[in-house]
Design a protein around this ligand. Structure first.
Ligand code: SAH
Ligand code: SF4
Ligand code: F3S
Length: 450
């Protein structure tokens, strides 16, 4: 059937929670639905279909979504024929239990999005739909995501899906399934198309990008690891910046670090989640590296790329964490001097190894206190790191108008730090050289370089 005949003339509203990969998945869903004749709306009040692309990483992420579902129930009261669908990680984790709420008409796991048009059609004739099959092959390689960002400057490209690591606290391997890498030819084509559309930056996404591996069906010489992929994307255009996330400390290779150093357009930033500074905790978390290994990787990165931004994720109050374990986390953070961090309290996720093997035994008030200490330390480290930037010059890719003032722009330096500076005729999508004049713990206040 050609597209014109296939037009369903319905409006879809998509709300996205969770990580960058979920954001990119929403773009994949929109692409599939547009091909089936749907158009996107940002007005929930006129939507025929409401899709919520969900996250299960911590309990509070799920609680927020349950809260939102209450609001969708109101939409359904007003307009009986509106279809409500849950997609993404919560759909995969809770499966048919989501249908029991009677708010939801459709439950679609992360590997089922190609079937959305058929599922929506069936759901609209009153039959609740569920597809939570996980796949070993699906990478949506041939689907061109419909970009939902507004700036037209920076886009995500998923290079792999799933995760094989089974860190004991983490729900992702259960909600996203086994790791699989995407055909590099389709990744490069997507990046080239983005350049042709005027995009200036791509971020290559995977739960563990360092384990990206593509076996060429014809010759092993053409096998592609992450370093080679990164290099191939960087070679598309010197005007295209390349970022990537997430690197796993156990897997980040010297080859990746040297490749970054070789190309000016590979951004000098590595997000390297440490989770804990205690070897006892790292072992229980099944992270498969030690504090010493982590510190060695940081040393290596800094010896090859001295100006590399290093950011991290930290979990406070994992099972059995002692005050000494907690102090080990603080001392590691101090030893590295992270440029910024995402910091969380441990949240037990049903079905994970930790939930089955270890008691979630750190009282909430202790978790909160430790998290607050971690946050206070990171604020100090972020400020110290930013203060070192004063007087330095950075090439910034302009991403938009600053929230502070319509006369100011913002963009990120190669090391991922956000710079704010006077527009003076510059526009979104340009590269601009700025000099840092002052800072907060979150922003580099800058002026145009003269
Ligand atoms: N693949 C990435 C992380 C994905 S999840 C990696 O391995 O680094 C993003 C972050 O959420 C994790 O780095 C971790 O810090 C946090 N996280 C994951 N599960 C969690 C849990 N059960 N409780 C609290 N934080 C968690
Ligand atoms: Fe979760 Fe670990 Fe996989 Fe990251 S590497 S997604 S933390 S299991
Ligand atoms: Fe959340 Fe799933 Fe991403 S659990 S963090 S949306 S992979």
């Amino acid at each position: 059937m050609d597209k014109a005949e296939n037009t369903v003339d319905k409006k879809v509203y998509i709300e996205t929670y969770g990580c960058q990969m979920n954001v990119n998945d929403s773009e994949v869903m929109l692409s599939i639905l547009q091909d089936a004749g749907y158009t996107r709306t940002e007005d929930i009040g006129v939507a025929d279909v409401i899709l919520v692309n969900t996250c299960s990483i911590r309990d509070n992420a799920e609680q927020r979504i349950w809260g939102r579902l209450e609001q969708f129930r109101l939409q359904k009261k007003k307009r009986d024929n509106v279809i409500i669908g849950i997609t993404g990680c919560m759909a995969e984790r809770l499966k048919d239990r989501l249908l029991d709420s009677h708010i939801v008409d459709l439950v679609a796991g992360p590997d089922s999005y190609r079937t959305l048009p058929q599922m929506l059609e069936a759901a609209s004739s009153g039959h609740p739909q569920i597809n939570v099959l996980l796949s070993h092959e699906e990478t949506y390689a041939d689907i061109t995501p419909v970009r939902m960002d507004r700036n037209g400057v920076s886009a995500f490209i998923s290079i792999m899906r799933g995760c094989n690591n089974v860190c004991s606290y983490c729900v992702v391997p259960y909600t996203r399934g086994a790791e699989r890498s995407r055909d590099p030819k389709t990744i490069l084509k997507e990046a080239e198309n983005l350049v042709a559309m005027g995009y200036k930056e791509v971020c290559l996404l995977g739960q563990n990008v360092d384990s990206y591996y593509w076996k060429d069906p014809e010759t092993a010489d053409n096998d592609m690891n992450f370093a080679r992929l990164l290099e191939s994307v960087a070679q598309i255009s010197p005007d295209l910046r390349v970022r990537f996330s997430t690197s796993h400390p156990k897997d980040i290779s010297d080859e990746v670090i040297y490749t970054m150093a070789m190309y000016d357009n590979i951004c000098r930033h590595i997000h390297l989640p440490v989770q804990s500074g205690s070897n006892v905790m790292l072992e229980k978390m099944r992270r498969k590296y030690t504090r010493e290994w982590y510190l060695e990787r940081v040393k290596k990165i800094r010896s090859v790329i001295p100006d590399c931004g290093i950011t991290t994720d930290v979990i406070a109050g994992f099972c059995g964490e002692t005050e000494q374990d907690h102090r080990d986390t603080l001392s590691l953070m101090e030893a590295v001097g992270f440029d910024s961090a995402f910091m969380f309290q441990y949240s037990e996720r049903p079905g994970t190894l930790a939930a089955r093997k270890f008691a979630d035994d750190i009282p909430d008030e202790v978790k909160t206190r430790r998290l607050n200490e971690i946050i206070a330390l990171q604020n100090r480290l972020s400020l110290a790191s930013n203060e070192k930037e004063i007087g330095r010059t950075h090439r910034v890719l302009v991403e938009g108008v600053s929230k502070r003032s319509p006369d100011e722009l913002f963009g990120r330096a190669s090391n991922n730090k956000v710079c704010v500076f006077p527009a003076e005729g510059h526009v979104t999508g340009e590269y601009v050289d700025v000099t840092v004049t002052s800072c907060t713990s979150a922003t580099l206040i800058s002026r145009l370089k003269r």
